[in-house]
Design a protein around this ligand. Structure first.
Ligand SMILES: *Cc1c(COP(=O)(O)O)cnc(C)c1O
Length: 457
């Protein structure tokens, strides 16, 4: 008999996972390997180790080991903000007048304001362990850069952040948080790198993109001794670290005998969603249980729903490895009026393969609808959600409203990835009624997709 469910399900410190779960171990069709753009051959560990830390290269390439021990130093840091609560959205249920039971896993309880710290701390730890001087990275909305700055401060590493120019200008406070933790922050595209100078020459006045900032950060890392590049999403290693989200969620819900019917997460590069679904998708892949899993993306950057499953560059500068993923083309730059993160043109190779094989669904939502959901959620539940997270809220509310029509008491679980305190410009637009939706036309998308690299497979 299930116990009555509290508003917040808290776990004990000892229930923070001691191992990360590697979803790939249970996938029959493994995600396609990253390719060297020069040779068209799978990237070797040796080639990768010029860009990434050694231990992270091992994690990146390992499709078979199901569990990786979490080093005690990382767990110690996790304890400062984990376990994160699973919350029963009783108030939202009441407002929606739905028979559905809505739960969310809240990852916004740390200064970076998102789940990204889960991987930042792991990546900084391995860089330090390898004796490196520092790391370079890109940041879009700023959460990843902030998380990495925090992690680097903790382990005493140098941190260089290339921040997408539109965010750098819209979110000066984010920048100052990063600088407070000791990071060096540069708006991208910049004239600090040759790829940045080239992009500026080709697209003068561009507000930047994640793909472009990635190119700059990689170039900076490979051209400076003792530096490596780290990435906050998309990569297999990041999904591995983010599995703590899903492992904790399952531990918490199992205590009350709650089995999700639908699991929902927003999808930018796929790391929070990959993490949230990890334990459940594992069961689904092993044929032990079934769940509906829904990825939610912005209609302005619709990689899953309107992209192509193909090899593509991860960056605009076309210097990074090729990944087989759902992509809009590495030259795709989402419209500047798109408020939140979730601006990346591609998607995790793991989630791309799972979507391709029919293990999950995807929906695209428009930004004013997303902010309507954010507003309702904030008023009901008290938390001011990040615009990214609000994509998941929108889809969860839509599913709960369907339950109202059918009278079904489904269990809906979604990932509340972070808070929106640095997104108030977007909230201002929404509140003033000046927010617009830009949905790319088929011609817009065809332009990016026509420039996909030619690769066999
Ligand atoms: C970065 C970010 C996302 C999207 O990234 P994923 O890798 O797709 O998870 C979602 N929500 C918040 C709050 C973020 O900071």
């Amino acid at each position: 008999m299930a116990r009555e469910i509290p508003y917040k399900i808290y776990l004990d410190e000892s229930e923070i996972p001691t191992q990360w779960y590697n979803l790939r171990a249970d996938m029959k069709n493994k995600p396609a390997p990253l390719l060297n753009p020069g040779t068209g051959k799978p990237l070797t560990a040796e080639e990768m180790s010029g860009i990434f830390c050694e231990e992270l290269v091992k994690q990146e390439l390992d499709n078979d080991t199901a569990y990786f021990d979490i080093p005690e130093e990382i767990r110690e840091y996790y304890k400062t903000y984990r376990p994160s609560p699973v919350v029963r959205a009783y108030n939202l249920e009441k407002i929606l007048d739905t028979p559905a039971h809505i739960y969310y896993k809240f990852e916004g309880n740390n200064t970076s304001g998102s789940h990204k710290l889960n991987s930042a701390i792991a990546q900084a730890y391995y860089a330090k362990k390898q004796g490196l001087k520092g790391v370079t990275t890109e940041t879009g909305a700023g959460q990843w850069g902030t998380a990495l700055s925090m992690a680097c401060a903790y382990f005493g590493l140098d941190c260089k952040v290339y921040m997408v120019k539109v965010s750098y200008e819209q979110k000066p406070f984010r920048r100052e948080v990063m600088r407070t933790y000791g990071a060096d922050v540069t708006p991208s595209p910049s004239d600090k790198t040759s790829v940045g100078r080239k992009i500026l020459a080709e697209f003068p006045g561009t507000t930047g993109s994640l793909g472009c900032a990635i190119s700059e950060a990689v170039e900076d890392a490979v051209s400076h001794e003792g530096y490596r590049y780290v990435l906050g999403s998309v990569l297999n290693q990041v999904l591995l670290h983010q599995s703590v989200i899903g492992l904790e969620t399952k531990t918490a819900l199992d205590k009350y005998g709650v089995k999700p019917d639908i699991i929902i997460g927003c999808a930018g590069g796929g790391s929070n969603l990959g993490g949230l679904i990890s334990a459940y998708m594992g069961q689904k892949l092993r044929g032990e249980a079934d769940y509906r899993i829904i990825a939610v993306e912005p209609a302005s950057c619709p990689s899953f729903t309107r992209g192509k499953f193909a090899y593509d560059f991860c960056d605009t500068g076309m210097i990074c490895p090729l990944a087989k993923m759902y992509t809009l083309g590495s030259s795709f730059i989402p419209s500047a009026n798109h408020a939140g993160g979730l601006r990346f043109h591609g998607m995790s190779t793991i989630l791309s393969q799972l979507y391709h094989d029919g293990y999950m669904e995807a929906v695209a939502v428009e930004q004013t609808e997303v902010f309507k959901a954010a507003e309702q959620f904030a008023r009901a539940e008290g938390i001011l959600p990040a615009p990214e997270s609000s994509h998941a809220i929108r889809a969860a509310m839509d599913e709960a409203l369907k339950c109202k029509e059918t009278g079904e008491a489904k269990n809906i679980v979604f990932g509340l990835t972070g808070t929106g305190y640095f997104d108030l410009k977007a909230y201002e637009q929404f509140n003033n009624g000046t927010m617009t939706d830009y949905i790319p036309t088929d011609e817009d998308l065809a332009a990016g997709l026509s420039r996909l690299p030619e690769v066999a497979g």
